[in-house]
Design a protein around this ligand. Structure first.
Ligand code: CP
Length: 335
């Protein structure tokens, strides 16, 4: 079964085929109207979304598939996860819910963010795996605890379209301030994506905000296979200077799992990491990237968003094109 739970477990040939297809779909939005006729997609959103929800619904429809969206507990029963007696407020267990959706749909997409409190469950993707295990049709990860593969494919296609061959070009993943300890799914996926593209990647983050070492190790392995490299450090200005892509993202430190108050206090001390136009001016005609939504003048100066040297709206658009490629993959329709 062709689940799409993350990219590192997917062979290079499929990653490359999906990347190529995303670019084809970008150049011909309505040219595949009958490609997925007699397929049906069920989307389950445990968390809020604008881009993922709308782009996935339209991607399925523009391929000719049926699509339906479920927000658990809002017009459906609440879903329980644990083992044992169900005497809480949830009326339906995830095992039956997903098994039932598998009888209606030929693929299921699920958004299921990190708990932020149980590091072992988050880093092992315990809930995503439980969801997939209950399904008898392919499952697409629409952002989980540690990964956002739909965003990663869209971002890779945007980088490739902007730079041509991105191998050897400089990609900075720059931490940003934020009032909340956001999950690491997007920074993890952006790092792995750039490493797989063969770029020279620098993760710029303050001390205390390192990404999970297992993810860093996977990125180093991907970079070693692609001819790229991965380094990290706390000097944001040095990292941004001379770079080609500045991918800005806020995330909470791993300390949130052990001492949330200390993590919040540390995060509040790094307001100077907001991406500024002055910093962007030190790049090599670099482009700002962000997955959106973005907090203006917290994560990035409004002047950067409005200055023209950005790819953030292209990234949002390419979610549509990339997810058509992903649906083709999970439904066995890749050319
Ligand atoms: N980038 C992204 O996944 O956006 P949404 O949270 O709006 O889906």
């Amino acid at each position: 079964m062709n689940h799409l739970l993350d990219w590192p477990s997917i062979p290079d040939a499929i990653w490359e085929a999906c990347l190529d297809r995303a670019l084809v779909h970008a150049s011909d939005r309505y040219g595949n109207r009958d490609r997925a006729r007699e397929q049906a997609l069920a989307l389950v959103f445990f968390n809020d979304s604008l881009r993922t929800r709308v782009s996935m619904e339209l991607a399925a429809q523009q391929l000719g598939a049926d699509v339906t969206t479920v927000v658990p507990g809002q017009g459906t029963w609440g879903f329980a996860w644990g083992d044992g007696r169900m005497d809480g407020s949830e009326a339906e267990h995830i095992r039956e819910a997903v098994a039932v959706l598998s009888r209606y749909a030929t693929a299921i997409g699920v958004r299921l963010f990190a708990s932020g409190t149980d590091l072992e469950a988050d880093r092992t993707e315990a809930r995503l795996k439980a969801f997939a295990a209950a399904s008898s049709v392919p499952v697409v990860n629409l952002e989980s605890a540690y990964g956002h593969p739909c965003q990663a494919l869209a971002d890779a296609a945007v980088v490739r379209r902007h730079l041509g061959d991105p191998r050897g070009r400089r990609f900075v993943l720059s931490w940003a301030p934020h009032p909340r300890p956001l999950p690491m799914a997007v920074p993890n996926s952006a790092l792995l994506m750039a490493a797989r593209l063969g770029m020279h990647v620098t993760v710029a983050r303050p001390d205390g905000f390192a990404l999970d070492e297992a993810v860093m190790q996977t990125a180093r392995s991907l970079a070693s296979a692609s001819g790229g490299s991965v380094e990290e450090g706390a000097d944001q200005d040095a990292a941004v200077a001379g770079s080609d892509i500045v991918y800005v993202k806020a995330w909470g430190g791993l300390g949130r799992y052990t001492d949330p108050a200390a993590e919040a206090a540390l995060r509040a001390r790094h307001g100077s990491w907001t991406m500024t136009q002055a910093r962007m001016d030190t790049t090599r005609d670099g482009r700002f990237m962000h997955c959106l939504p973005v907090r203006r003048d917290v994560v990035v100066e409004s002047a950067v968003l409005e200055g023209g040297a950005t790819l953030h709206l292209d990234q949002a658009e390419f979610r549509l094109h990339a997810q058509k490629a992903i649906l083709e993959y999970v439904w066995g329709l890749l050319p």
